[in-house]
Design a protein around this ligand. Structure first.
Ligand code: SF4
Ligand code: SF4
Length: 433
């Protein structure tokens, strides 16, 4: 990979025939032609469950650069994800969609339904989203990460969706889930909520967390999706990114000469020891290239035929090129070995998405999993401002309390994640002035 980020023009040089990309939407892998010169092109499309829409196997998540979104379309990507909670993103995506063939792209946005508002309130918010997107209709409107299965039944939400469909402004209803505030109710897991959504029957598309380090709960949901013909888009597919962004954090902490509470120091020490052990392991197994592991991680999730698209966040042309090249590729034996080695040596550095098993052990009710997710937004997804404001908005206690705690959560974690140190480091970063 080049060290200099690709500009839009350079991207087009390497993705010749870019303007023809949309024409590939709807074609099968066999029909799609590779472009000479190793140009990055989408090569595989999968039917998104009962929507019948053929979506690119690699798709476009929260990307703030309009040029990168347009380049994604030109590469053949045709599934674009947004949400009312992504600051400014509706307008950015809307401007990009103006340059696309609307019929050949699947646009999905999301509304929070945690407050059981009446139909009119949901209609108002949905119409605002459509206006910001400058669209006549969206292909899918999702309930955004409901925190409990009961929320799926929100009458106001469904009444608004029915009305929007009747007006021709909405095609499908969906739901997204990547884990809840576990401490509020440890019974409300991602799989419980999504299995209830599958049974409910009104949700045609799921956007859910799934990766090679967090399989069990997601695979139960994927089986149900197959049975009900629900379309599946995936997020949080590459947990390896977290590991590689920890290095700079460790270095920053080492530069910090201030006196620290011994418990804080212990937490960081345990964290650093695991980090160092993982580095040794990486060296011993030749896993120095994070891109190889990331690529294997994406191939792993797409190896599951019940998954239809991996929704990735590529903020630069260079990163976009790298993931487009994964389209249509299969998990190799070498990939499997890399993932197995990574799982063996580094899995303890990953706080699993949609987990929260340790949270009931915290006497203060710190939302461990949520904080670690915001931490990932900051470190791996370059969504610094959003991550910091989300952290500031957490109701109740935050990870500053972890500095004076014996670390009950860490002992309760079945995956041996040194999470106290990670929480302290996350608190430092997410509360920076
Ligand atoms: S620290 Fe462990 S138990 Fe707690 S949320 Fe993370 S992975 Fe789950
Ligand atoms: S370190 Fe202590 S205060 Fe912090 S989340 Fe864990 S149990 Fe709660």
């Amino acid at each position: 990979m080049s060290k200099t980020p690709l500009g839009r023009r350079q991207f087009f040089k390497t993705s010749a025939l870019g303007a023809l990309g949309a024409g590939l939407a709807g074609r099968t892998a066999a029909a799609a032609q590779d472009v000479p010169g190793d140009s990055p092109r989408i090569k595989e499309y999968r039917t998104l469950g009962r929507t019948g829409f053929k979506v690119s196997d690699i798709s476009c998540g929260f990307i703030m650069d309009e040029g990168v979104i347009r380049a994604a379309y030109d590469s053949g990507m045709n599934y674009f994800d947004t949400a009312e909670e992504y600051p400014g993103h509706h307008r950015v995506l809307g401007r990009a969609v103006k340059h696309m063939d609307r019929k050949k792209v699947f646009i999905t946005t999301k509304l929070d339904a945690s407050n059981p508002e009446p139909k009119e309130a949901f209609l108002k918010r949905a119409r605002k989203a459509l206006e910001e997107l400058q669209l006549e209709y969206v292909d899918c409107l999702m309930m955004h990460c409901p925190e409990k299965a009961e929320t799926l039944k929100c009458e106001g939400f469904h009444a608004a969706m029915t009305e929007l469909k009747a007006e021709g402004r909405l095609r499908h209803v969906g739901v997204s889930q990547h884990g809840t505030f576990w401490f509020r109710d440890p019974e409300e897991t991602m799989d419980k909520i999504l299995l209830a959504a599958a049974e409910d029957g009104r949700f045609d598309v799921f956007l859910m967390a799934y990766n090679f380090l967090k399989r069990d709960n997601a695979e139960r949901v994927l089986e149900a999706c197959r049975a009900k013909k629900i379309g599946v888009a995936l997020m949080k597919t590459t947990p390896v990114a977290i590991y590689y962004t920890l290095k700079s954090r460790i270095e920053a902490l080492e530069k910090d000469k201030k006196e620290v509470n011994p418990l804080y120091a212990d937490g960081i020490k345990r964290y650093r020891e695991k980090f160092e052990a993982a580095q040794d392991f990486i060296r011993a197994h030749g896993l120095k290239n994070p891109e190889e592991i990331r690529d294997a991680a994406v191939r792993f999730v797409l190896g599951n035929p019940d998954a239809h698209t991996a929704c990735l966040q590529t903020q630069t042309y260079e990163a976009l090129n790298a993931v487009v090249r994964l389209s249509g590729t299969k998990l190799s034996l070498a990939d499997s070995s890399r993932l197995e080695a990574y799982r063996e040596g580094c899995a303890e550095l990953y706080c699993r998405h949609a987990c929260g098993l340790c949270e009931p052990s915290c006497p203060h009710g710190v939302p461990v999993n949520t904080i670690m997710r915001y931490n990932q937004y900051f470190t791996a997804q370059r969504r610094e401002k959003e991550a910091m404001s989300l952290y500031a908005a957490i109701p109740g206690v935050k990870a500053d309390l972890c500095a004076s705690c014996p670390g009950h959560c860490e002992r309760a974690c079945p995956y041996n994640v040194p999470v106290q140190g990670m929480l302290l480091a996350a608190n430092d970063m997410l509360s920076m002035p």
